[in-house]
Ligand binder design. Structure first.
Ligand code: SF4
Length: 347
């Protein structure tokens, strides 16, 4: 009997071959091998100072996730030493499989109603005056996780009332109700990354579309009625041209986006998309100048720029402090500890 069954050949599809396709159809033949020497401008100090250790302890205490760790961000030593990290809510497993992203993918099981309260409490403990929070995509949830996003903003307003809140969200599949729920809480900055130029979507962001992300940004701005600044970001290094980048920036500006970040794609593992080329710091500078000339209020472009990198500098900070921290933030080594169990969560 079994002789009659068709033979099913299981082919493991890595993120470097989205949907089984050969990425070279879009990226071209001239991609860099996985093992190669990076240009010298990617040298970063090794992590490990006192503030880095403080944050590692806090993240462990509170059972939290950060995109700094999950995405293997090269800036972790610098950012954590400045006293900040980008928290990642709704678990550590994403329902999409973007070709560039290091975050785990699969069927999420994370359901933690107290996560917003713990993230907010951590922001208060750290003494942040500007906090950035992101999440995995949760296409498995009926509201795509928007209820947790809204609860998070409410908790931060209660526990760290003076902290500016920047949300870096998924596209909620382009649906308006989940987005409206989040924007109704009036975060200071709403960030949604388009990530790559439109031509690269089939290879880099399968399951998403550039137009849908533009619509999310336009809707967020309109729903925010002038209270919410919108922001987006892109990567370079996957074969896009300078003119394609300018065109993408123009389309973002047309949706009223105010802040732009552009950084170099770095291949996390051999199972991710290959790099086509490294952009030179001088090219990033030119992109920054062209972007500013288009009317953005802030353009941060550089090899190591990520959307949350120095995000406190992307908007005015009315309160006293230094970098992402309030003036009265705890000194290195003096983070308030959780004594005798969890600090009561604000009602
Ligand atoms: S750039 Fe963002 S993700 Fe990277 S370490 Fe800094 S805060 Fe974390």
């Amino acid at each position: 009997m079994s002789d009659l069954l068709p033979v099913r050949v299981h082919k493991t599809r890595s993120r470097a071959t989205p949907g089984g396709m050969d990425p070279k159809q879009i990226l071209g033949d001239r991609v860099l091998p996985f093992k190669h020497r990076k240009p010298p401008w990617f040298k970063v100090p090794a992590p490990g100072g006192q503030r880095y250790r403080d944050l590692s302890g806090l993240i462990g205490d509170e059972n939290l996730h950060t995109v700094c760790q999950e995405a293997a961000c090269p800036n972790i030593g610098e950012c954590w030493e400045r006293g900040t990290a980008t928290f990642m809510i709704l678990g550590d497993t994403c329902t999409r499989r973007c070709g560039f992203c290091h975050v785990s993918t699969g069927k999420p099981t994370w359901n933690d109603p107290l996560e917003p309260a713990r993230v907010a409490r951590s922001i208060a403990r750290m003494g942040l005056r500007h906090a950035v929070i992101t999440s995995v995509d949760r296409d498995d949830l009926p509201d795509y996780g928007s209820g947790v996003w809204a609860a998070l903003v409410r908790q931060i307003r209660r526990q760290a009332p003076d902290c500016k809140i920047e949300l870096l969200t998924p596209d909620f599949r382009g649906e308006e109700m989940p987005l409206a729920k989040v924007i109704a809480e009036r975060p200071d900055v709403f960030n949604h990354n388009v990530e790559v130029v439109p031509r690269l979507y089939p290879v880099a962001r399968r399951g998403s579309t550039f137009e849908r992300s533009l619509r999310v940004l336009r809707n967020a701005r309109e729903m925010g009625e002038g209270d919410v600044v919108t922001k987006s970001g892109l990567m370079v290094g996957l074969g896009e041209s300078f003119e394609e980048m300018i065109d993408a920036l123009g389309q973002l500006r047309d949706q009223g986006v105010s802040i732009i970040t552009v950084g170099q794609y770095l291949r996390p593992t051999e199972n991710h998309l290959p790099i086509v080329r490294y952009w030179h710091p001088e090219e990033f500078k030119q992109l920054e100048e062209r972007g500013m000339a288009m009317g953005f209020s802030h353009v941060a472009a550089g090899p190591l720029v990520r959307s949350s990198y120095h995000a406190d500098q992307h908007v005015p900070q009315p309160d006293d402090g230094q970098g992402p921290l309030r003036a009265d933030a705890p000194a290195p080594g003096a983070l308030p500890v959780l004594q005798n169990g969890p600090i009561p969560v604000a009602a």
